[in-house]
Ligand binder design. Structure first.
Ligand SMILES: [Zn+2]
Length: 242
């Protein structure tokens, strides 16, 4: 597991950094760490060791969405940390329980990517605007119907899951990057992802930390290019795509 520290509060943990990078994050809080996502199967020992090496227990496990490469070590971590809170959006909690349906009110995109059922039940289901210590929950649907991002109110770091990717080129979820196509291939509804990307951009994040690829600091120019590119791919009216 590759470990990279950004500022005082954010630690990126990367499985398979060369071939198929999958990130999760430790966010430092006064009482220990909030873990964002749990990476691939078998990641729990390395995540626990990284938290210990950086001086804190994991108090909370929060999930951006219910795809396998973000939730696969949840059950093992919950077994090791039975007192840690487990948090995911109410919408993607349904996927975590094994549901695979869309509501009539939702965009009827195809559910793509490998949703994984977990035995662990959330201790709390999240809604946009909720707070998890220093993090604010931000709605970021599109990659999955209930995808959420986390905005650190201290330093304005944005941990955005698969709402964006930076591996293979910075992109909004749903815009294919041939060198790393997996985020786009697993995206439920690209126009919704683009709307979310604009909402996340409006937060003016100081850094962008995502599920696949390096963390970007001062990310706004790259985000703007990615949003323009996504709008072009979706054939948006240019007047609308500013
Ligand atoms: Zn995903």
């Amino acid at each position: 597991m590759k470990i990279t520290t950004f500022g005082d509060n954010l630690i990126q943990l990367t499985r398979f950094p060369v071939l198929f990078p999958v990130n999760c994050y430790l966010v430092r809080e006064d009482d220990g760490f909030t873990l964002i996502d749990t990476a691939l199967p078998g990641s729990a020992p390395a995540i626990l060791a990284a938290a210990q090496a950086h001086g804190g227990p994991i108090r909370r496990i929060v999930l951006t969405h219910a795809h396998m490469d973000h939730v696969a070590s949840l059950d093992a971590l919950h077994a090791a940390l039975p007192d840690a809170e487990v948090l995911i959006s109410a919408r993607d909690a349904r996927f975590l329980r094994g549901e695979r349906s869309l509501d009539d009110s939702e965009m009827q995109g195809k559910l793509r990517g490998s949703y994984q059922t977990c035995a662990t039940r959330p201790t709390r289901e999240l809604a946009p605007g909720d707070r998890i210590a220093s993090l604010e929950v931000i709605a970021a649907p599109g990659h999955t119907p209930g995808h959420i991002a986390f905005f650190d109110t201290r330093d304005h770091a944005l941990i955005a899951g698969d709402a964006f990717q930076t591996r293979g080129g910075v992109a909004v979820s749903g815009t294919l990057r041939p060198l790393f196509p997996f985020v786009a291939i697993a995206t439920w509804h690209a126009p919704t992802a683009l709307a979310s990307a604009r909402a996340l951009r409006a937060l003016e994040p100081s850094c962008l930390a995502i599920g696949h690829g390096v963390v970007l600091t001062a990310p706004l120019p790259a985000i703007d290019l990615a949003i323009a590119d996504a709008a072009r791919h979706l054939n948006e009216d240019p007047a609308h795509a500013a």
